[in-house]
Design a binder for this molecule. Structure first.
Ligand code: ADP
Length: 264
């Protein structure tokens, strides 16, 4: 192709990219506005249900109390889904701010372990975070946003817990080199077929919607996690074998920790 033809092609391509980005932004903004509109009446449902349940409007029978708790449960479920959609829309619209700080890997793993342990216990899963011992005397830090890193790790751990049958195990590991740190979450769960593996990071993709719909989630967790990781200059990847388990790896930039000053 001649140089002038190449220039026309690349101009046309650039135009298409700008168009696609603009349309993406409009869609994401619409989604964000809609999510706000949906949350307002849901808050009202929660408020009035609570008011009735407290007996403010008159005595409440046991049967009515049960119905009200069902309304509250459904309201919370719907609110959770809408919040997830709103988070995703914000990410797509590019309105999420990502902090740049040094984040201690040990703190992330300790915090997420404490948050997840009760759920793992309830499902009789072996939850192994013994890698923490190795971080005792040698601090390891990631460059990124602490809340967002915790959100990603929690999401991967929640999935591992959701998709691993009772009696299985979930193990957390890490790797590091001079420039990056990887946090690995391995489970002995149901696994994902190779043909599905490349799609699971796409928004609203669930391999087995019947199974997942009975639990929480709409198929946005991995899409959000990967976008957040990429916004911090990293990535999330998955390996899996159907029927024997999956490994999700979050890789982020390693913080360059200053060498300790020599004793005078
Ligand atoms: P959600 O969990 O809300 O369904 P995600 O985006 O977090 O959405 O995950 C998308 C899909 O990827 C899940 O519905 C499930 O089919 C599959 N998946 C994710 N993590 C695992 C895992 N650890 N083991 C098996 N399948 C998984």
């Amino acid at each position: 192709m001649r140089a002038d033809e190449l220039e026309v092609t690349s101009d046309a391509l650039r135009g298409k990219i700008i168009e696609a980005e603009a349309s993406n932004r409009v869609k994401a903004e619409f989604l964000a506005t809609m999510s706000h509109e949906l949350r307002t009446p849901l808050n009202a449902i929660a408020g009035y249900t609570q008011l009735i349940d407290m007996g403010v409007r008159g005595p409440v029978t046991e049967a009515q109390h049960l119905d009200l708790s069902r309304i509250t449960r459904s309201q919370r479920h719907l609110m959770g889904l809408i919040n997830e959609i709103l988070n995703f829309a914000k990410l797509e619209a590019g309105t999420v701010l990502v902090a740049e700080t040094d984040v201690d890997v040990r703190e992330i793993l300790t915090g997420t372990k404490e948050m997840m342990a009760p759920q793992m216990d309830r499902k009789k899963l072996r939850f192994d975070v013994s890698v923490l011992d190795g971080l005792e005397g040698s601090p390891l830090a990631i460059r990124g946003d602490e809340d967002k890193i915790r959100q990603i790790v929690l999401n991967l751990l929640t999935n591992a817990q959701k998709f691993t049958p009772e009696g299985g195990s979930v193990e957390v590991g890490y790797d590091s080199d001079e420039t990056s740190v990887s946090i690995r979450i391995c489970d002995t769960g149901i696994g994902i077929a190779a043909s599905e593996l490349r799609n699971i990071f796409e928004p609203f993709v669930q391999v087995n919607p019947l199974l997942t719909r009975s639990t929480d989630g709409v198929g946005l967790g991995l899409a959000i996690s990967r976008s957040l990781a990429r916004a911090m200059g990293g990535d999330v990847v998955a390996e899996s074998t159907l029927g024997s388990g999956s490994t999700f790896t979050l890789t982020l930039r390693r913080a360059t920790v200053a060498a300790p000053a020599a004793d005078a």
